[in-house]
Each structure stands twice: as structure tokens, then as C-alpha cells.
Design a protein around this ligand. Structure first.
Ligand code: 7TS
Length: 424
């Protein structure tokens, strides 16, 4: 029997394929893509919300539950050792994936939301005080707004917001103007989920560091689409979720530079995050354990590691090129639709197409295309300030993943024609 750690490499043996990016054989790796929806072939274009799972992920998790499941870091028995090895190997896998210097810089959390809350709460409470400033941008997801508002309300710090322009790009001059020696942290999204905009994170980190501010990057939408190297970016914290990266839901990653994590107090108290507890006091464990109180998602990280193996075998650059092609194709095709307005036209954009069809509510679009088997997201995408900026209540969003095809975009466009037919 393989140990689960070894299974990481055997999982990738499911991926026999030629070097060329063969989207049709890739699709065969995702069982759910064979489903039908309302009697039509499923066209899944809601990847920014969450992406589907390849067999390698499903099987890695199934294998672990069958052969290596026990609580981690506790038992001396063989199963617990196996489970702990799988969990810790997954941490190392994540470390290498994002180019972190040390596996102890990888904290397993529930997802991007928890990662940001952890930093706002733990780093925030110790380093951000009344009169200090927190700088975010107008294109943030609610999960990178609300935790900072909570901190602002607790500390009396000021929350400042760098604006975006009409193409959906950050206005760099304004960002620079708002950044000052009172700024303690800059928290910004790498790729906007509502607009697709890719932010110049490396430049922003340099500017922020020059002012003595730390930088947290919300990488939820970036990690599935492009190669990310946290040391190259130079950021202090980087957050992402497994479920958008073709891995399981319920697990995500907070990367933090070790010396910062080591100086931070616990986020939650409980089992495993301590060295010694008496009723008078507790001594805390070193990171990352200090931030993983209680029984963690034991099998989630194993699935995430299998997902990382999967995307790395395909090649992040190949995935990015494929998705860029889909975005270009879809942008050109939708331009011909009457009343079409694309929201978010940044020069550097990931595979997200947010739009408005004049006179038709996004929820009606979403419902009608669903009858054609097409899954889109309609709503404010948890980025209400972006909706306010563009003066729309909501948008319809198509988001493309590594397994989508040009034929699916044709089906999506045909379904939009249907919307016009039905609603005029
Ligand atoms: N940040 C960004 C940029 C996101 O797109 C999302 C989720 C989050 C944070 C929160 O991630 P979670 O895994 O903790 O929920 N975005 C979306 C979306 O666009 N549609 O559904 C969820």
C-alpha cells in the first residue's frame, strides 16, 4: 500500500497526456462535465464562483478516507502517522506551488475569507491602532472589505479606498496619493472577480514597502489562472481558496512571511495550537500550528495537493494561454450582440467576462440561459462597490476555466440570442 504522501505522485499518474494542451482529453478528467442540464449538455461558465474537480482530486481524497484517515498531529498509531504525513506533505506541496521560502509559512484555513479575517484580526489587533490607516481598493470582494471595517471599528483606524477608472483598472496616481506613512497595511485583490482586472501587485508591493506598509494579496481568482510566486511578488500575506483551483471546498491557504506570523497572536484558541495550558496561562505553538486550532480539514489539503499536481502537469502558462484565447474569442463574439456592455475592460485581464444586456435584468438572463444548459452567475458578485461604481445593480458573468472550449462559448452566445428572442 502506498502512503498518502507517495500517493501525491501516483495521483499524477492519472494524467497521461501529450504535452500539447488537449482540452478535449482534459475534459474527460472531469466527470461532472458529462452531466446534462435541463436536457442540454452542461456548459459550465461559473468557474470564478467555484470550479469542478478532476478525477485525480476525487480519487486522492477517496483514497485517503479509505486508507489513511485519522486525526492529525495526535496519535502515535500508524493511521494517524499516515494522515499527518499526507497533511504535512500537502503543506510542502502548497509551499512549492506558490514559491514560499518555508512550509511553516503555509497556514491551512477554511478559504480566502478566513485567511483575510485571520490577518485582519491577529496582525491587525497588534499592529494597527487609532490614527493608523488601512488601504484597500474599490474593486475588492466583500471578504477583503468587511474584515477591515470590523478592525477599523474596533481600533479607530481609518479605512481608505483607492478608486478604479471606467475600464476597471486601479487609478495608480490616486493609490500613490492615498499611500502614506500612516498606512499600516495595503490589502488588495490580485485578480478582480467582478471585472477580471489583473492588478500590478509587484509594483504595489514595492510602493507600499517603501512607505513601511505591509501588503496582503487576495489571490482567490489569481491562483487558478496564472503562475504565482509570493517571493517574487514580495508580498507579506497571500490568501487563496482550494475550491476555485479545482480542489475541494472547505480548505484554503494563508501564506505569511515567517517572521510576521511568528510575531502574531493566535486567531482562535483551542486544541493543537498550544504548547502548554494551565488555568493561569497558555503558551502558544509556533506557526503554522498556532493558527490551526482544533481538528483541521484533514483530507481537504490532500485534495488541494492533488489539484496542484493536476494544474502543474498541464502547466499554468498553458492554462493561462488557453483561457486568454477563450476570453478574446468570447469578447469578440459578444461585441456583436445588440445592447451589450462589457463591465471591465482592463488591458491586463483574466478570463472573466462581466456584462450587461441593455434592458434585461441579469437574473432573467441567468435563468433563461440555464434552460439552455449554460451556467452563468448573475448578481453583485460580492463586490457591491464595483456595481455602484458602474451604476448597475448586478451584472451577468461568464468565467472560463481550463476545461472550457470555444464550442461552449458558441453555445453561450446562442443562449444570449435566445434571451433576446424571449425578452425582446
Ligand atoms: N476574494 C475574491 C477575489 C473572490 O472572488 C472570492 C470568492 C473570495 C475572495 C472569497 O472566497 P471564499 O472561497 O472564501 O468564499 N468569489 C466568488 C465569486 O466571484 N462568486 O462566488 C464566490
Amino acid at each position: 500500500m502506498n502512503y498518502p504522501g507517495d500517493f501525491m505522485s501516483t495521483a499524477s499518474e492519472y494524467l497521461h497526456r501529450s504535452k500539447a494542451y488537449d482540452v478535449y482529453s482534459i475534459r474527460a478528467d472531469f466527470p461532472i462535465l458529462a452531466e446534462r442540464s435541463n436536457g442540454k449538455p452542461l456548459v459550465y461558465l461559473d468557474n470564478a464562483a467555484t470550479s469542478q474537480k478532476p478525477r485525480a482530486v476525487l480519487e486522492a481524497m477517496d483514497w485517503t478516507y479509505r486508507h489513511a484517515y485519522a486525526n492529525v498531529h495526535r496519535g502515535v498509531h500508524t493511521l494517524s502517522e499516515r494522515a499527518t504525513k499526507a497533511y504535512e506533505d500537502a503543506r510542502t506541496r502548497v509551499q512549492r506551488f506558490i514559491g514560499a521560502a518555508d512550509p511553516r509559512e503555509i497556514v491551512f484555513v477554511r478559504g480566502t475569507t478566513e485567511a483575510i479575517n485571520l490577518v485582519a484580526s491577529s496582525f491587525g489587533r497588534t499592529n494597527i491602532h487609532s490614527g493608523d490607516e488601512i488601504l484597500i481598493t474599490e474593486m475588492e470582494h466583500h471578504s477583503n472589505i468587511v474584515p477591515w471595517q470590523l478592525l477599523r471599528d474596533q481600533t479607530g483606524a481609518k479605512l481608505r479606498v483607492a478608486p478604479i477608472n471606467e475600464t476597471g483598472e486601479l487609478v495608480m496616481e490616486e493609490f500613490e496619493r492615498l499611500l502614506n506613512e500612516r498606512t499600516r497595511i495595503v490589502a488588495l485583490v490580485h485578480v478582480s472577480n467582478a471585472l477580471g482586472t489583473i492588478n500590478p501587485v509587484k509594483r504595489i508591493v514595492e510602493m507600499a514597502h517603501a512607505m513601511g506598509a505591509k501588503v496582503l494579496v487576495d489571490g482567490a481568482q489569481a491562483v487558478p489562472h496564472m503562475r504565482v510566486d509570493v517571493q517574487d511578488l514580495g508580498c507579506d500575506f497571500y490568501a487563496f481558496s482550494s475550491h476555485k483551483l479545482y480542489g475541494p471546498s472547505g480548505v484554503g491557504v494563508l501564506y505569511g512571511r515567517y517572521e510576521l506570523l511568528d510575531a502574531m497572536p493566535p486567531y482562535q484558541g483551542g486544541g493543537e495550537m498550544i504548547r502548554r495550558v494551565t488555568f493561569e496561562r497558555s503558551d502558544y505553538a509556533k506557526p503554522p500550528t498556532r493558527f490551526e486550532a482544533g481538528t483541521p480539514n484533514i483530507v481537504g489539503p490532500v485534495g488541494l495537493a492533488a489539484a496542484i499536481n493536476y494544474v502543474e502537469e498541464l502547466g499554468l502558462d498553458n492554462i493561462a494561454a488557453h483561457e486568454d484565447d477563450l476570453l478574446r474569442y468570447a469578447t469578440e463574439a459578444t461585441a456583436e450582440l445588440p445592447g451589450m456592455r462589457i463591465i471591465g475592460n482592463a488591458a491586463r485581464k483574466a478570463s472573466i467576462l462581466s456584462f450587461e444586456l441593455e434592458g434585461i435584468h441579469p437574473h432573467d438572463i441567468g435563468t433563461i440561459v440555464d434552460h439552455e444548459g449554460v451556467a452563468l452567475r448573475a448578481g453583485h458578485h460580492c463586490a457591491m462597490p464595483v456595481m455602484d461604481h458602474f451604476k448597475v445593480p448586478a451584472t451577468t458573468r461568464a468565467s472560463f476555466g481550463l476545461y472550457n472550449t470555444r464550442e461552449e462559448i458558441d453555445a453561450f452566445i446562442a443562449s444570449l440570442h435566445k434571451v433576446r428572442e424571449v425578452l425582446g
